[in-house]
Design a protein around this ligand. Sequence first.
Ligand code: SAM
Length: 314
Amino acid sequence: MATASSTQPITDTPTQELGFSISQGVNWSDYITYRPIYPTSFFERIYSYHAQKPGSAWSVAHDVGAGCGIVSSILATRFDNVIVSDPNDGYAALARKLLVEEASLPESKFRFLQETAEKSSLESGTVDLITACECIHWTTPDDSIKDFGRELKTGGTLVITYYTRPLIEASERTVKAWLALWAAFSQISRGGLYDKAYYIGNNGLDSLEFPEERWERVKRVYINAQGTLEAFAVNDRVGGSMVKEGEERVWVEDDEDWRHMHGIEWFKAYLATWMPTTPVSALQGFWDELELALEGKEVRTRTPLAMVFATKKA
Ligand SMILES: C[S@@+](CC[C@H](N)C(=O)[O-])C[C@H]1O[C@@H](n2cnc3c(N)ncnc32)[C@H](O)[C@@H]1O
């Protein structure tokens, strides 16, 4: 039986402000350059979950919280039609520009919508697969998951994914300096919007609930977490678990697709893609310590990733 901790209600509280907006400092060009690229294996996991179901259809995919359309562009290679939605001003238009004008993908394949995960304009029972990648923590998940259930056809697939900051695999001093930097950044990213995002992301999406009357085949995959949800915890704002008996939990370790080599300049640029964008000078002492610990070298990183799959029941 799922239980929520006393901290759980915060994830259910709608916030007025939209997360990951231009006013918080989003720069899509930096996002594309410094965030991890979704590898082929990421999409293979999605497709193999969807394909295992008898009669699975590949007609309509909906990429929710699509941002500039990175995931949508790959879905377009497998699905006849892709709905690309995002509520922040200008993002659906940017996705259209990148996918249709720059990548020359056929416009007829796509529909671009400015709307939230919680309340979509799509007709009920019309979507085969929904992806909500790196965005559920900016939404009110209970409302979003309810609306996803409304949009999906019976037997349709919901995939929610979240990767957190990479962990460094190097000297103790380097590891400590990197974690101290994130602890300091966490003090800056406080308030309703950020607190809620951390409560959802910090436990590898275990705070997401899939009511049994609407969902089945719930499968939670934790990649590169080394057997513990602590890998996802950037700070102590951790939500309670809503994992139910009978849900499948899979741990995948040492996934090379989410392991890289990085040095100080990348670490600085990467942190700047997290909201609110924080200048290096605001955390100068922490950056200095990390730079000293790195001794001019690149070190191996490992990004923890959670992927949650669910199927809409009849
Ligand atoms: C980190 S970006 C992820 C973009 C893309 N899905 C990806 O994986 O690269 C987070 C996205 O969530 C969107 N977002 C914020 N609030 C949302 C809401 N209530 N419903 C849906 N998306 C939301 C933001 O506009 C932003 O584009």
